[in-house]
Structures are given as C-alpha cells and as structure tokens.
Design a protein around this ligand. Structure first.
Ligand code: F6P
Length: 323
C-alpha cells in the first residue's frame, strides 16, 4: 500500500478534523502518500481529490465541522456511481480509503469495497452514537456537552418562571444524546425511541408535581421519539395540563457545531492512527471503534446493521434521581 485517501461523509461531527489530521500524519509517518477527498463520496465521483501534507492539517485539531467538507451523495447508491468513483481513485493510484462518517457512509463503503478492489476502513463519526462495535462515536461527547450547557441555561429560565420545558435534542433514531444530556441535567423525564413512552404516567406525575409545588420540570425528548418530538409532546402536555406554563425548545444544529471536547479529540486521534495501522496490516473493510477502552474492529456490514443497546438500568436511574 502506497497511496491512501481520507474523506468525511454524512452529517458533520465535532472531532472529524482531529481524525483527518491523525490519518494524514500517521500516513505520512509511514511514508504513504495521503489524499483528501472533498465532500465525501460526491468528491470521489467528481474527482475532487488532492494530495495532503502534514501542514494541510495544521491548526485543525480544535476546529468543529470538517475541512474536507461533507455531503450525502445519492449517486453513490448506484453501481454506476461507485464505478466512476473507483475510476477516479485509480487515476491517483489510491489503494485504501478511510471513511469517517455514520452508518449510511459505512453502507456505501461496504458495497464499494465488495465490488472493487479498494479496502475501506470506517471510523465512527456521528453525534448520534448509533453504531454497533464502539462504545463512543466521534462527536457524541461534544454534542452532549453542548446540549447540557444549553439545558442548564433553560433550567435557569424555567426556575425563574416556574415553567415546564420540553426540550428536543438530536439523535435521529437513537436516544443516546437525550439519555446522557437528560441525566446530566437532572431532567424529570427522558423520552426516546428505544423505549415506549407512557405519556399518561408522565401527565399524572406532572399533575402531582404541580400539587407538591415542584418548581422546575424539564423533559428531554429525542427527536426520534414516537410522539413527534418535543412539539408533539408539548402539544399533548399543554392540552392535558393547561394549568402548567409549558414551553417547547428545539436545540437543533447547535449540537453539531463547536470545538470538539478533549474526549472527542483523543478518540478521533486514536481512531485515525489505528485506521492507517489497519490498512498497513492488511485488515480491510472494518469499522474501527473503541470497546472497553481498547481498539476494536467490527466488519463494516455488522457496524451498519446493529445498533448499540441501552442498559435498562439507566431508565431506573432516571426515575429514582428525578423523584
Ligand atoms: O446524524 C446526525 C444528525 O444531526 C441527526 O442527529 C439528525 O437527525 C440529522 O443528522 C439531521 O440531518 P440534517 O443536518 O441533514 O438535517
């Protein structure tokens, strides 16, 4: 292996730049030529591929977003698109690709590497933490900390006005951002797709809270919750608890931006380094994650299909601590 490439794909996640930096610098250390591919798979199709040097990744470890830009690329779903991508990679003699992204990006990488002779290594880069084979994904810690900071501020105003706030966090079909940020901010209820929401119980509890004059009520809702996110939950509560002064707040894309936390920078650096190692050792078509603080390989198709599981103990903790 002489020439490798790196791309970022899907939704951006804080720490992607740190991972790109680690891939580039580890590759150069091993005397590989490292190429950057702009806009994810879209750049493979349009041949937006350029050689990177050590200084191309200077001053980026602390930056959110991704210097390689990112995109979702429909053409790459089709065989013809992947063929064109392969031809472009061959123009640069690229013989290995590191894909930093989420499960959609790994799906593409898996098909591509099966059809063509290009080994791909996936690095989990998504704020959602919804990928099997790793305890954490690049960007999750930063997104959760951003949500926590925002919810703490909302708590101040909730307290000042004796209001109930229903706060929506991101996560697509996964509730990890809701679970972590909800526990860390002392939310009374955390609603997420992995668990059936008993809205009747919640309404009853809110009414009881009102009787015992509980002043701050925070409900954190994952965007993928079955009741239609915070707007859906807020509507039901307003109808059934008209005595409460209820507000809805959707945190949105603020959770995707900002400087990565130390934890995300370290995870990204470690995974980027391990990706180049894997390519050099001939380990192909795996996603590299960290499980119990050790580097862990998962075949790309398994990382795509399975989700992480949420230990039911967490729900008990939420209930006990918020009572
Ligand atoms: O996958 C990351 C994520 O931020 C999800 O949490 C969210 O559902 C989605 O991307 C939003 O995507 P977009 O930025 O395309 O609206």
């Amino acid at each position: 292996m002489k020439n490798i490439a790196v791309l970022t794909s899907g939704g951006d996640a804080p720490g992607m730049n740190a991972a790109v930096r680690a891939v580039v610098r580890t590759g150069i250390y091993h005397q590989l030529n490292v190429f950057g591919i702009m806009y994810g798979y879209r750049g493979m199709l349009s041949n937006d591929i350029f050689p990177m040097e050590s200084k191309s990744v200077a001053n980026i470890i602390q930056r959110g977003g991704t210097i390689l830009k990112t995109a979702r690329c429909k053409e790459f779903y089709e065989y013809e698109g992947r063929k064109l991508a392969y031809e472009n990679l061959k123009k640069h003699n690229i013989d290995g690709v590191v894909v930093i992204g989420g499960d959609g990006s790994f799906n593409g990488a898996q098909k591509f590497s099966q059809e063509f002779d290009i080994p791909c290594i996936g690095l989990p880069g998504t704020i959602d933490k919804d990928i099997a084979g790793t305890d954490y994904t690049i960007g999750f810690d930063t997104a959760v900390n951003t949500a926590v900071e925002a919810i703490d501020k909302i708590r101040d105003t909730a307290d000042a006005h004796d209001r109930l706030f229903v706060i929506e966090v991101m996560g697509r079909d996964a509730g990890y951002i809701a679970l972590h940020s909800g526990i860390a901010t002392g939310a009374e209820h955390i609603l997420m797709p992995e668990r059936k929401t008993e809205l009747d119980e919640i309404v009853e509890e809110l009414q009881a809270n009102e009787r015992r004059k509980k002043l701050v009520n925070l409900i954190v809702v994952a965007e993928g919750d079955e009741n239609g996110g915070a707007n859906g939950v807020g509507k039901i509560i307003k109808e059934r608890c008209p005595q409460l002064d209820t507000r809805v707040c959707i945190l949105g894309h603020i959770q995707r931006g900002g400087a990565p936390t130390c934890t995300d920078r370290i995870l990204a650096s470690r995974l980027g380094y391990a990706a180049v190692d894997a390519l050099l050792e001939g380990v192909h078509n795996v996603m590299i994650g960290v499980v119990n603080d050790k580097i862990h390989y998962t075949p790309l198709d398994k990382a795509v299909k399975a989700k992480q599981e949420i230990d039911p103990e967490w729900f008990k903790i939420v209930k006990i601590l918020a009572s």
